[in-house]
Design a protein. Structure first.
Length: 88
């Protein structure tokens, strides 16, 4: 399972490199941005500690443990805003 991390980080690094090494102001901008690939976790432990999580897209989803929530967020390019344990 893979996810593309926003090319913004690559742009920052590429632009910052020119500043750090004193590239002339008229130096050509990079022509292509290579996306950084981040691996999403491939498995989670199977213990049951249910959580309900709120994601950056506004959705709320229940999971059997927080690891599954993190995998879901990674695979859907979302951020977890908040997770709470569900007591039963």
């Amino acid at each position: 399972m893979r996810k593309l991390v926003a090319p913004f980080a690559t742009l920052l690094l590429t632009g910052a490199a020119g500043l750090a090494f004193g590239a002339p102001a008229h130096a050509a901008a990079p022509t292509a941005v290579v996306p950084v690939v981040q691996e999403c976790p491939g498995f989670c432990p199977t213990y049951y500690e249910p959580v309900v999580c709120l994601f950056s897209n506004g959705s709320t989803v229940w999971f059997s443990n927080e690891c599954f929530a993190e995998v879901y967020a990674c695979n859907h390019s979302l951020s977890i805003l908040r997770c709470a344990r569900v007591r039963g």
